[in-house]
Design a binder for this molecule. Sequence first.
Ligand SMILES: C[S@@+](CC[C@H](N)C(=O)[O-])C[C@H]1O[C@@H](n2cnc3c(N)ncnc32)[C@H](O)[C@@H]1O
Length: 269
Amino acid sequence: MSEGFTLEKFASHPFYLEVNRRLVALTGLRQGQRVLDLGAGTGAVTRLLWQEVGCPEAEVIAVEPSPTATEVARRNLENLGGAVVRFVHGGAEMLSQLVKKPVDAVFFCNAIHLVHEKERVLQEIKRTLNADGTFSFNTSFYQGAEPPEAEQFYRRWMMRALRVLKSKYGLMPDRTRAEARQRLTEEEYVRLLEANGFRIRNKEVMTVQMPLGGFEDISEYSLWIEGVLPGVPLAAGADSLKQGAREAFQELGLKFSPRNWLLVVASRA
Ligand SMILES: C[S@@+](CC[C@H](N)C(=O)[O-])C[C@H]1O[C@@H](n2cnc3c(N)ncnc32)[C@H](O)[C@@H]1O
C-alpha cells in the first residue's frame, strides 16, 4: 500500500464501524477466544475483535501484507490492555504457514474481493480454524453492492472525476493496467463456500446510507484509486475522485447515496 493513502479515514466513519460490528455480533464470539483478523489493514476490525474477546487469555492475530497499513494499526492499537494483539506480515494465500496454532474464528473484512485465488484462500482458512471454528467476511464489492437507485450517482461520479483528471492534470486512466477482479454474486459466494467445506450459518445484506464524506475518504485509499483509475498517480487520482464526488452530490441534490454490504458467517461443514 502506498504511503499515506490508507483506509484509515474511511474506516473511522460510523457506518463502517456499524457494518463490521454487525458481522462480529452475527458471529457470536466469546471472551478468551483466539481470533484472527485477516487483511487487518489499519486495524479497525482488530480493535472490535479485541473489545469482544478482551481478557488476558485471549489473542487477536492481525495478518496483513501491507507494512504501511500495519504500521498504522500498531500505532492505533499499541496501548490496548487485556487480550494480546499480535501482528503477522503476509497474505491469505499462505495463512496456514503464518499461523500454525488453530484459531476459533477468522474474520476477513472488506478484503475477500481483492483475492484472486479464492478457493485456495478458503482452504487455507479452513486449515487455520479449529473444528468448530467460524469464518466471517463482509464485502461491499460484490455484484449487487450498488443498488439500482445509486447507479446514476456512480455514473455521474466517474464522469466528473474523469473530467477533473483530464482538465486539471491532463491525465487519463490506463485501462490496460486495470487489475481484472471478478465480482462474485451473493449466490456465487455461497456456492464457493459450500464447495470448499463450509456451511453458511448467517447471511445478510446491510444497506448503508453513505454521506459525501464517505465517498471523499474512500477516494484517498490506494486500492480504490488504482481500481477505478488504473495507472493514475495516487495524488491526482484522489483529488479528481474527491472533486468528482462533490460535484455529483451537488448536481443530483444528494445528502446520501446507498451501498450494500454482504455479511456472511460460516462454520466448517
Ligand atoms: C479495504 S482494506 C480492509 C481492512 C480491514 N479488514 C477493514 O475492514 O477495515 C483491505 C485489506 O486487505 C489487504 N489484502 C489485500 N490482499 C490481501 C491478501 N491476498 N491477503 C490478505 N490481505 C490482503 C490489503 O492490504 C488491505 O489492508
